[in-house]
Ligand binder design. Sequence first.
Ligand SMILES: C[S@@+](CC[C@H](N)C(=O)[O-])C[C@H]1O[C@@H](n2cnc3c(N)ncnc32)[C@H](O)[C@@H]1O
Length: 244
Amino acid sequence: MEDFWSEVAEEWALLWGWSPDPARDVLLAETGVRPGTRVLDVGCGSGELLARASALGASTAGVDSAPGMVAVARRTAPGADVRVADAQALPWPAAVVDVVLAVNALHLADDPDAALAEMLRVTRAGGRVGVAQWAEAGRNDLEAVERAVALAHGEDDVGRDDPHLDTLLREAGLEDVRDGVVAVVWHAPDDATLVRAALLGEDAEGRAATAGAVLAAAAPYRTDGGGYRFVDAVRWAVATVPSR
Ligand SMILES: C[S@@+](CC[C@H](N)C(=O)[O-])C[C@H]1O[C@@H](n2cnc3c(N)ncnc32)[C@H](O)[C@@H]1O
């Protein structure tokens, strides 16, 4: 798929967009976002973090490389200045942001260190940086489903690595690093929703071929009502930009 994230943007918002809200709220609290704080969300996806920051009274901007995601984010967070750009070339001048955030996005940049350097460039001295990312293998119920999908697609390496976000921020020269883990829940009301979400971006034929494996892997997470509930973990870290 030429632009995967644009193609799946609408379904992503519906099926996955809300799930990391607890991690978003930790970042907003830990970085001290309040009325008037200038917040930039890098890899903003469908805009849920921007909406939450706006609700706190922040002045919000977002950036995503997928035009389809940007279109959805502009709808989700109408007051935000959302732009299409790569995380490694942010279309803002230096030091115009108080808080820069990235949730499950930094690792997708071609060069995450370069993307982080860009995030620091646009943040003022004394400003705050907050990043969050899925925790490592062994901490996420959804791994069972991801493993089944990967096996069905002939892939063998499916485990996530510890993102070591605290180290990442320290090595970037940031100060006052704090980090932690927050639980996030993902749920689906029925089989069809689970299969659609697990096989995001696949056509009906692809879904039909892998649905059985997805449902079998998800069986331990089935709820009494016929839906599914998975508890996963997101690692987060925040830090302060030093005076230059
Ligand atoms: C897993 S989604 C997460 C979206 C959102 N941050 C959230 O927490 O729901 C990853 C997002 O990062 C965007 N992305 C991937 N690579 C990027 C890059 N190099 N620069 C900017 N955005 C990027 C994708 O288009 C997608 O919207």
